[in-house]
Structure formats: structure tokens, C-alpha cells
Design a protein around this ligand. Structure first.
Ligand SMILES: [Ca+2]
Ligand SMILES: [Ca+2]
Ligand SMILES: [Ca+2]
Length: 377
């Protein structure tokens, strides 16, 4: 009897729960459908495709016209390569052989524009970029153009996208410039109309971002004002350790020497000599950079007062890699010692990193020790 009552109670409970669930599930489905249908009927230009989802309950943000442009001094869009943030009206740039700003080198740079886009009238929109080089376009988190890499002054067409007037859709455009010419434009074409440049009135950013970046903000700054290291040359393969004064001193040197069978100076013999380069190296990006030395014969490197390479041995054009962590714009003490035993003589100091192709360390990033410069704050 007690068990039977329990069963009856359970059955009734589950039946009521099932009915309630069905009602709860049906009401919002019908309600939402009706609401969407009513909105669609109000929009005379609706062409049959569902409007894309918009932000759910966006926070009340005051917006003004513009896009936040972030400028990177290499092909990659990573924080450590960013040099400049500013407000751009729209995407209409023809930098040709130049660059967007003096802190960006003319080749190998990248830009990202973010904000919101709003169309003047609801409809099906196709976007076109005219670019040199790579470009990506995301609207409402949907990637509608993806053409990264080398592009030679060409149009790229997006898939069409239905956009509703009165809504601000998330906008993100990325661009990269590799060699030579640099151009980027963004056009749109509403179905049945002609193609036009996307005007500044279409773009919006949060007012807080606008206020912050209307005056350009520079990050990861570098001075690039170096004039090279001091080179000191000695007779004898261990002359650098003798305590003697150098035979030859040269200010303002890049380490890029392939003497072959000859010598650095008439006062230095072709074999059995040594050299030392001292000064400061400026970090180009805040990242791990690899110093690479090509040497014949011995080499030792101190970086930031640490001995980071010790190959004081006979070498025949040998490459050694020394990864070091640096911050953009900070100066690090560097000292390279080298010796030549016999035969060919070579010493070249390169650097490379995730964002920097291998190159001989440029003189602009090397500072002589007599005028220790101050890193920018
Ligand atoms: Ca180019
Ligand atoms: Ca030699
Ligand atoms: Ca040699």
C-alpha cells in the first residue's frame, strides 16, 4: 500500500513535469518566430536570407565615427611588433613605396582596423578590397575575405552579406605589406547599385577608444640612432687578453667582415691577430632574438654582461646561434671577441627572430660605448 502510493505519486509528478516542459519549450519558439517575422515584414528590402546575429544585449556604449588602426612593424599581427595605434576615418590608403608612419619601416608591416560598420539601408552587400599585399575582412565575426600573402594591386571580392540598417556590426580588417608597393582600399556594393568606397560615416568606434587614440599612441618604441660599435684590433691570437693597448681602434662598426686571406688593417698581420667589438645593442622587438655569428676562427660573446658564447677554438666559417631575450628600445651591453689563427678570416654578426628575417645587425641598432645613450621611456 505504501509502495503503491509512492508509484502513483511519481507517475503523476512526471506527467505534470512533461506537460509543463512542452509548454515552456513551445511558447518562446512561437514568440521568437513571430517577432522575427514581424521585423522582416517591416524591412522592404529583405531578400530572403536570415539577418546575421547581432550582439546580444550590447552594453550601452557611446560610439563615434572611425576605426582603431593598429600598426605593426613586421608582417605579423602580434603585440610585440605593434608600434602605433591611431584612429583612421576609413580604409583608403596608398602609401606606395612609403609607410604609414615614421616608426614603421616601408616594407614588411601589417595593420589591423577594428570597430563597427553600419549600412545606410538594409540589403545584400558585397565588399571589395583593392590591395597590395594581403588582406582579410571579418564582419560580425564572419570571415568574408581571406587573401593573406602577396597580392599585386588587385581587387578581392567578398561573398555577399545581408546587412540591416540601424545595426552596428563588428568590423575587423587586417592588411599586410611585404615588398615594394603598398596600397589598401575598401569598397562596398549594395545589390543593384554601383561599387563605392566605404565612407567614414559607415564606421564607428567606442568613444573611449576614440578619445584614447585620436592622438596617435606609440608603443614598443625604438630609437634606431646607433652609429656602430667600437672595434679594437690586436696582434696575436690572444692579443685581446694581453692587457696591451689595441694597435688599431675604429669607431662605428657593424660586425660584417670577410677578410679572407687578408687583414683588417695594414698594421695587423694576415694571420695570428685578434679583435674586440664593444658597445650597446638596442632591442628591436620585445621578444627572443637569436644572435648568429659566422666565424673563422675563435669567438666569444658577452651580452648584458653575461658570457653567452665561448668558442675560442679554431673554426672554419662556423655558425653559432645565441638566443637572447630583449625589449624593444632597451639597450644591452654587448662585447664580441674574435681571433684569427691562420688561413681565411671571417666574422659576421646576424640576428633573426619570429618577426625579423635574418640580417646582419644594422648599424642603427648598435651604439658606441663612449656616448652611452638613454633608452626611451
Ligand atoms: Ca607590396
Ligand atoms: Ca688569415
Ligand atoms: Ca682562419
Amino acid at each position: 500500500m505504501v509502495i503503491g502510493t509512492g508509484r502513483n505519486f511519481k507517475s503523476t509528478f512526471w506527467l505534470i513535469l512533461l506537460l509543463l516542459s512542452a509548454v515552456v519549450m513551445l511558447v518562446p519558439v512561437l514568440g521568437v518566430d513571430n517577432a522575427v517575422a514581424a521585423e522582416i515584414e517591416d524591412t522592404e528590402e529583405y531578400v530572403g536570407e536570415e539577418p546575421y546575429e547581432v550582439e546580444c544585449c550590447p552594453p550601452p556604449v557611446q560610439r563615434v565615427h572611425g576605426l582603431v588602426g593598429e600598426y605593426f612593424d613586421t608582417l605579423k599581427l602580434k603585440e610585440c611588433y605593434k608600434r602605433l595605434i591611431r584612429i583612421d576615418e576609413n580604409v583608403e590608403f596608398n602609401w606606395q613605396l612609403g609607410s604609414p608612419d615614421e616608426v614603421i619601416e616601408p616594407d614588411t608591416f601589417a595593420v589591423q582596423w577594428t570597430g563597427f560598420i553600419e549600412v545606410p539601408r538594409s540589403g545584400l552587400y558585397t565588399f571589395y578590397t583593392y590591395s597590395d599585399d594581403g588582406v582579410r575582412l571579418m564582419i560580425n565575426n564572419r570571415k568574408i575575405i581571406d587573401r593573406w600573402g602577396l597580392v599585386n594591386l588587385e581587387f578581392t571580392r567578398s561573398e555577399p552579406m545581408w546587412l540591416r540598417a540601424g545595426f552596428k556590426y563588428k568590423f575587423c580588417m587586417q592588411y599586410q605589406e611585404d615588398p615594394i608597393n603598398s596600397t589598401i582600399f575598401l569598397f562596398w556594393q549594395k545589390e543593384g547599385e554601383s561599387m563605392r568606397l566605404v565612407p567614414p560615416e559607415a564606421f564607428w568606434v567606442a568613444k573611449a577608444d576614440y578619445d584614447r587614440y585620436i592622438e596617435p599612441v606609440y608603443v614598443n618604441r625604438v630609437m634606431k640612432e646607433g652609429r656602430g660599435l667600437r672595434g679594437e684590433y690586436f696582434i696575436g691570437k690572444d692579443g685581446v687578453n694581453s692587457g696591451d693597448e689595441p694597435i688599431v681602434i675604429v669607431e662605428g662598426q657593424q660586425i660584417n667582415f670577410e677578410w679572407g686571406d687578408s687583414s683588417p688593417d695594414p698594421r695587423i698581420p694576415n694571420d695570428d691577430f685578434s679583435a674586440r667589438w664593444i658597445g650597446y645593442l638596442e632591442g628591436k622587438f620585445s621578444e627572443t632574438v637569436t644572435l648568429q655569428v659566422l666565424t673563422d676562427d675563435g669567438v666569444r660573446i658577452w651580452f648584458d654582461d653575461h658570457l653567452v658564447l665561448d668558442k675560442w677554438i679554431p673554426n672554419s666559417n662556423t655558425l653559432y646561434d645565441v638566443p637572447v631575450d630583449v625589449e624593444a628600445g632597451r639597450l644591452y651591453k654587448i662585447r664580441v671577441e674574435y681571433n684569427e689563427l691562420s688561413g681565411g678570416a671571417t666574422c659576421v654578426l646576424y640576428w633573426y627572430s619570429d618577426g625579423q628575417e635574418k640580417e646582419v645587425i644594422p648599424v642603427q641598432f648598435l651604439y658606441i660605448p663612449r656616448t652611452p645613450p638613454v633608452s626611451p621611456v
